[in-house]
Structures are given as C-alpha cells and as structure tokens.
Ligand binder design. Sequence first.
Ligand code: NAG
Ligand code: NAG
Ligand code: NAG
Ligand code: NAG
Ligand code: NAG
Length: 461
Amino acid sequence: MLVANFLQAYIAVISATVIANPIASLETRDFKIDTSKYCSAPLLDSSKYLPVKDSELVFVQALFRHGARTPAFYINSIKNDYFDCSNPLNVITDVDGASPPNASVSMKQTIISPVNAKKSFGYGYWKGNCVTGQLTDLGKAQAKSSGSSFRKIYVDKLGYINDKLQSNVNISVRTTNIWRTKDTAMEFVSGVYPKDKRSSDAVITMGQLPQEIENMYDNTAICPKISEIAAKITKTAQYQDYLKKRYTDMIRIAGIIGLNTTDVPTTKSLWLTLFDSIFNAKCTDKPYACNSKGQCINDSDIELARDSYNFEQNYMRRDSIYAKEYTKLSTGPLLNDLLQDIKSAIDEDKLLSASSKSSAKRLSIFSAHDATISAVLSALNSTSSNIGTPPFMTMVLFEIWKSKSGEYSVRIMQDNDVVKVNAIDGEAKPWCNMNSCKFEDYSKYVSKFVYDDYEKECYSK
Ligand SMILES: *[C@@H]1O[C@H](CO)[C@@H](O)[C@H](O)[C@H]1NC(C)=O
Ligand SMILES: *[C@@H]1O[C@H](CO)[C@@H](O)[C@H](O)[C@H]1NC(C)=O
Ligand SMILES: *[C@@H]1O[C@H](CO)[C@@H](O)[C@H](O)[C@H]1NC(C)=O
Ligand SMILES: *[C@@H]1O[C@H](CO)[C@@H](O)[C@H](O)[C@H]1NC(C)=O
Ligand SMILES: *[C@@H]1O[C@H](CO)[C@@H](O)[C@H](O)[C@H]1NC(C)=O
C-alpha cells in the first residue's frame, strides 16, 4: 500500500506489524499544552510580508505539506474513533467538455462502515468515517485558511495573481497520488478563490505522476539505491548510539500503545510508528493511549517521539556523511522538476517582456508531505534544527523576482520567514542569501543535487 510504502521508505527501521493485541485502554487528557506549534503551521501574514525592493514578481511556486490527517498506520490496540471526516472526499466531476446529455454525473467519494461489523472484518479498524492518512475536517479548514492567507498577499497586496479564477487558469497544481494531498490542494485553492471569486467555467487541472515514478517522496521501489544508502546511514556509530540511548523509552512507549515489543533489537527504530500514532492523538484532540497496567502516554513521550523522528530525518537528509548522496538519489528528481518549472517561467517572461505582455505562467502549487518539505529544506541546507517534523500546512514559497535591470533572483521562504542556509565548502558565509539569491547561483547549487542518469545511479553498485 502506497501510504505505508511512502512512510516506510525512510529507513528500514519500521515495525513490521503494527496490528497488536487490543490491550490498551484510553485516558482522557486532563491537561493541555499548546499544540499549535506542531499541529498547524502559522498562516502567511500579509502585514509582515515585504516585496523585494525595486523588483517585479514574475513567478511563484508554493510547496506545502497537507493539513491535519488521521494516523498513517492503523494500530488495533488504540481504541480511538475517527469521526473526523464529515465532508466528502474529493468530488469527481466530469469536466472534459462533454455536453449534456453525454456529460457524466458528479460524484462524491465517501468512506463507508461495514454493514455488520461482527459478521465482517469490522474488528480490524477504528470506528469512524475516516481512513488512515486521510485529511480530516480540521485539515481541510487549515488548508482553506492557508489559501486565504495566500490570497491576502498574492492577490490583495501584490495584485500578482488574478482576483478571480477565470476559465484560462494560470495555476498549475501537482499532488501526490494520495488522497490527502489532493484534498489539501482543492481546499487550498478554494481558500485562494472563495466561491464568489470563481467564474463558473473555471476548472483547475490537478496533475500527479504515476505512483511508480513519484518523486515527491522517497521512492525506494523505483530507486533501490536509496534503501542501500539509508541502510548505511542507520549503521553509522552516531545513529546506533542515538538508538541505544533511546531504546528503553522506545520500548516503553511502544508497549503502552500495544505494539509487540518482544525481539525488537536495539538497532531498530520504531520512532516513526510511535510518532505517527501518538502525535496524531495530540493533533486530532484524541485521548492518549494507556495500557492495562495503567501506564499512559504523556506529553513528554510525544515530545520525545517528535524529537527522535526529527533527528532521524535531519540526520538522514542533511547531517550524516551520506546525506548528500541520499538527497541526490531521493530528492534530485523533484529539485530538477522545481528548477525546470522556474526556468520555463523565466524563459516565458523574457519572451513576453519583449512584447510587454505579462507572463501566462504565474503560480505552481505542489501539494505534498512532511518528507517532501524536509527533503527540500535539507537539500537547500537549511540551518533549522527542525526540518524533520514540519507542521501541517507549512509552506515553502519560491518567488522569482526580476530587477529593473532584468536580472532574476529567487527568494525562498518557509511560511513567513526567509529560509536561512548553511555555509558550504569551507566558505565563511551561507551559500546564498535566500531573500534574494541570483537565479544563476540558485540553479548552479540545485543542479549539484541532480544526477544526469537516474537509472544508472539507482542501480549502480
Ligand atoms: C453524445 O454521444 C454520441 C455518441 O458518442 C454522439 O453521437 C452525440 O453527438 C453526443 N451528443 C452530444 C450532445 O454531445
Ligand atoms: C510477539 O512477538 C514474538 C516474537 O516475534 C512472538 O513470538 C509472540 O507470539 C508475539 N506475541 C503476541 C502476543 O503476538
Ligand atoms: C511522562 O511519563 C514518563 C514515564 O513515566 C515520566 O518519566 C515523565 O516525567 C512524564 N512526564 C510528564 C510531563 O508527566
Ligand atoms: C550542509 O552544509 C554542511 C556544512 O555546513 C556540509 O558539511 C554538508 O555537507 C551540507 N549538506 C549537504 C546535503 O550539502
Ligand atoms: C493566463 O494565461 C493566458 C494564456 O494561457 C493569458 O492570455 C492570460 O493573460 C494569463 N492571465 C494572467 C492573469 O496572467
């Protein structure tokens, strides 16, 4: 299954089975700490937003993580319900130009429950109207608010994209082949263009690569070398040391949520599964799991799981000696797609400026996952200590600006902040100022992460 595939792609460290004995009961949370930091990215703040001086915005890419979702793994022992998906899933509409009576009906997709849970496989799932890894109503609301905040800058403040969604839509949308990123894209654009701002014939095309060749997450199936490098990373002394230090807590937490911890070696990480499960309880406001001995998950456990998973991502993608190779193999194809998208927008802008028309391509949206954000920020060599656990709906914005003398530069922001990057190759200064990085410098840097022949590299010994 793709969701599991994608999550398991990181490192070969994940518990093989997460369906365990139903021993855990639930504790109602009696205290609450601020979850907003982890559970929802800050909205774009148009009052703080500053255009690049003496320059014209010519192109924008918005790469975001989907909104709040249900856990990606089903764990049988956790008895939470998930009635969090009251809205239908994607509406499938026939818009390919057939006119009545030949046009197809529109359909809403929804999740159904077994008619008789006992006489069916109902024991194997939570109660509710959501599936694993589904965008919840909260996630939809987050995506819509995010779109509205985007509108406040790029429509209201800058007048950069159209006030109204027209039939000739200059927005391209790419998602992964996973429901939550499609739903998120749909809600985001609905926030940018609320109902009264859409012309009735406006249709947006949502594109996705076939899942077999998807590059917005680590695609180990198409590129086996990614797993080989991941295995090397997990064998480093630093990584093994990290695992050992947290082993006792890992087993304790796994035990509380009801995983079978017999025979889990000290060299194995369960933190992804733990993080996915207990962090989600927090973000979806569910009770925390307890075991039959009355031990319960608490906020320090959640924080520990987040911190561990964050370490694993930072280490794998940016900080270990194999990180660069890992990033080239896993993320190079996406970095190249992003770069080519910018290049073609710039080419078009040059062409159209000659005839003093504004360019047709204005905005590309990429609706993706936490790992996509981590991977891209790692490739840029972000200085953040937190790239491994990006919040729901966090957005990386790539803006292309043209100066009066006709030079193009890139600004990269995460939500409201310009991304800070490390110095490389022994230099004293960061490799670029991301508030205004010459396009040539950006292009040169990113190209270093893109192999010329992926088939060759992915199967090389
Ligand atoms: C409907 O489809 C039929 C068969 O493909 C075609 O002959 C007809 O012209 C179509 N009608 C409309 C209104 O598009
Ligand atoms: C837990 O795993 C061990 C070893 O993998 C197995 O022998 C045992 O039967 C499992 N226990 C349960 C309760 O499933
Ligand atoms: C959470 O539980 C662990 C293990 O029992 C304990 O060490 C820790 O102090 C608890 N933290 C809080 C905030 O209660
Ligand atoms: C990031 O920068 C550090 C130096 O600050 C360097 O050692 C490391 O190789 C860089 N990572 C990548 C993925 O380029
Ligand atoms: C959108 O693209 C079309 C060409 O596809 C162009 O004619 C139109 O001016 C563009 N609109 C905007 C607002 O850029």
